[in-house]
Design a protein around this ligand. Structure first.
Ligand code: HEC
Length: 355
């Protein structure tokens, strides 16, 4: 069946809306995935920051323990030589009553050694530094210098993501504030309590945290993809259902139009028949009556009874045809000439009742 243009328009509109909805749905799901992935990465950075802060806090605490004792004495070994920068302190090197050589370890020296141990065994990277280092080797790198400047300007901590040896790291810098216990060795540099003496930088490789984020991201991606697919399927099914409804509606409309056209034709036929009945029946009744009385009275010589009978039959036939035409209820046609159809009045329901 050819599609009426109204149906085509409405179907096109629905397909258009469905396509726009599918694009909007895809964009929405895509945005949700991007937003969630962004937060997964932020969470990974946050977790790395928490770990870096914990490492820094631990450093500060054991350093404070050391400073509170004004430094601690340890045996002199090949690795632990007397600190040349402590020469101004009295009793840097002492000897026990048993004759063992001990040297004073200041907090920074201890921190350095602990960081070296940590780096070798745990790959934890820490560095004690200052914008005004006593020991030149403690000088900051570029990132540390900028971080220390921020801290001296009043910041509490500095973090950023930086590549180190081609691997992404979270770099963290916390400040070491001059306390009463520090003055024993640092007062001569002019430091006062509360000033930033320097800082400890900690760098944490991001890969373990990103690995967790990637696992979460993959699960998120799978569930969002399933959601996206279900949404598309729903959209497709809805559009299909609507297109079918429209097709059904158009078919019903089409049938309704056909019925209306037929009933209009029937009306015309009824009017025509009524006109015919009026215009033919009256004179015909006269003709029939006259013929009948002529027949009863005995036909004159020119009208032998055979001709009379034939004429009467013809008149009856006209009367019946007009009657049947008046009783037409549905339009059934049969061909009359090559070009014209006529109404089949003999095939009408109830036709038999009308002899
Ligand atoms: C027993 C002496 C002593 C005490 C106490 C001490 N320091 Fe130091 N500190 C030093 C020496 C010596 C150095 C430099 C050499 C080194 O790295 O060991 C140093 C180095 C540092 C550095 C590294 C930068 C640099 O100047 O080379 C920082 C930061 C620092 N100290 C902060 C502090 C703070 C904060 C305190 C108090 C909590 C403190 N120190 C207590 C002796 C001390």
């Amino acid at each position: 069946m050819p599609q009426p243009s109204g149906e085509r328009n409405r179907t096109g509109l629905i397909v258009g809306y469905a396509a726009i909805s599918a694009v909007a749905w895809t964009l929405a799901v895509g945005a949700a995935i991007a937003w969630n992935w962004h937060h997964e990465k932020e969470a990974a950075y946050a977790a790395a920051t928490v770990d870096a802060r914990a490492q820094f806090a631990k450093d500060v605490i054991y350093r404070r323990w050391n400073a509170d004792h004004g430094g601690v004495y340890v045996p002199i070994t090949a690795e632990t030589q007397p600190n040349p920068y402590l020469s101004m302190v009295d009793n840097r090197d002492i000897e026990t009553t048993a004759g063992q050589q001990l040297t004073l370890i200041n907090p920074a020296y201890m921190t350095r050694q602990v960081h070296e141990l940590g780096f070798i065994t745990e790959h934890l990277h820490g560095h004690i530094t200052s914008l005004n280092p006593i020991r030149p080797l403690n000088k900051p790198d570029d990132w540390e210098r900028r971080a220390l400047e921020t801290l001296e300007a009043g910041g509490t901590e500095v973090t950023s993501i930086e590549p180190i040896h081609n691997e992404l790291h979270l770099r963290f810098m916390g400040s070491l504030i001059t306390e009463e216990s520090c003055l024993k060795c640092h007062a001569q540099q002019g430091y006062q309590v509360g000033q930033v003496r320097g800082g400890i930088s900690v760098s944490v490789p991001l890969s373990p945290y990103l690995l967790i984020a990637q696992g979460n991201g993959l699960r998120m991606l799978i569930s969002y993809s399933v959601l996206w697919l279900l949404g598309l399927l729903g959209l497709f099914a809805g559009a299909l259902w609507m297109v079918q409804q429209i097709r059904r509606l158009s078919q019903a409309e089409h049938q309704l139009r056909e019925v209306a056209a037929r009933s209009a034709q029937l009306d015309t036929i009824r009017q025509t028949t009524a006109t015919l009945a009026h215009e033919i029946n009256n004179p015909l009744t006269g003709i029939i009556a006259n013929l009948q009385s002529a027949r009863e009275a005995g036909a004159p010589a020119v009208l032998n009874s055979e001709i009379l009978d034939e004429t009467l039959r013809a008149a009856y036939r006209i009367r019946d045809a007009v009657k049947k035409l008046g009783a037409v209820q549905d339009l059934a046609f049969r061909s009359y000439t090559e070009k014209t159809n006529i109404i089949d009045i003999h095939g009408q329901p109830g036709e038999r009742d009308m002899g």
